[in-house]
Design a protein around this ligand. Sequence first.
Ligand SMILES: [Zn+2]
Length: 404
Amino acid sequence: MGKGRRLRQRRQTTADERLGEMLASYPFIVDPVTATRLGPDGLAALARNLWPQDCQTCGWALGADRATVAVSDLIVLASATLHHARCRKPQWETSGSMHSQQDLLSWTTQTFLLQAKADSTDDRPIFLVNPALEQTMLKCTATGWRSNTIDSYSSLGLTRSRLESLLATEPVPDISAHLDAEGITVRLDDTGQSWNTGCDGPTREAVKRLGGILLAVTTAFDPHDLRELGQFLTLIRAGEAAVGWVALAGTGPGPLSEQPLALPTALNTFVLHLNLNHAFVGELIAITDGALAPLDAQEWAQDAINLPASSLIGWRQTSNNLHTWHTIDSISAKRFILRKCEDGWQLIRVAGEINGKHGLDRDTARDWATRAARTNAKTRIINWLPTNSNDDVSITFHGSGIPR
Ligand SMILES: [Zn+2]
């Protein structure tokens, strides 16, 4: 064996060892192909840009167990997504199609005010958003695969020019901001993608005074973790956010709440039901004739759920309500409720449930249900209306929601 070859072999071992050590403490499970293609630097970048919120196969929370990374290799670009180990094994796949279902991706956002010392016209209200917690795009470069989700936002006119970009005042075209009573919505006109969040106090005043807000898009930080402005400035200094000034297009209702009724096919109906010892909210997925006997209604629901009967645990009567049954899909852990009400038999896919005394009044119940629909059913509820079938011990609301 020549000296050169021995040296190469030794270097190889060292690199493999480094990779092995890294994988042992890596926050996600990756397969050997992905680990080798990305190398230690690529893996470190991947870990910085992926946030384990919801599984991109089943849509439910990833929880505390290590998630798997599935990469879809599209030759020049690749997408890396997070999944439950039980839903998808870790793999690098050259399939030509993406795994990610865009409607399962989570985003988080936060508004705050960066105050200038000298002059309030230099104050910067900031709209910080992570548009894709569980997915990052990778780009094949001469030196290997690099994370590049932010590049696609750069192409919209946002820049990564470090701290100077914070002083931008020239509005980015085709991105608009809308301020309304609920908060602020930022919308990308080309893709229709939009994000909304609360916007109060001095931040709101600055948005009004300056006629816009500074949009900062990053995948290397979760805006909900923002505790101090230094975290934001570190992100900007590292060039890990794309930034641009977005002009306020109006102070009326945002584009989402303006025209929900123009898109009736995109609206879902939700049911929120409360009695003293039970509260649940979920999407109404089917409704049928109330004259059916319970066993027939269960058979109908089984078909409507469209999952193999073997994966459902069977229908169980809810202890405090003779007209309500529930079941669970043992694979996805999704829960379903079948209940007889004035309208007929309703089949509901549960987004949130409290068994036992819940202490929710009408207002806090609606807030709770709105959050549950948003987190677990990826739907933004526009309004809740009480139904006619309410009495002293129970109340039911129907909600309309826009899938996001
Ligand atoms: Zn899953």
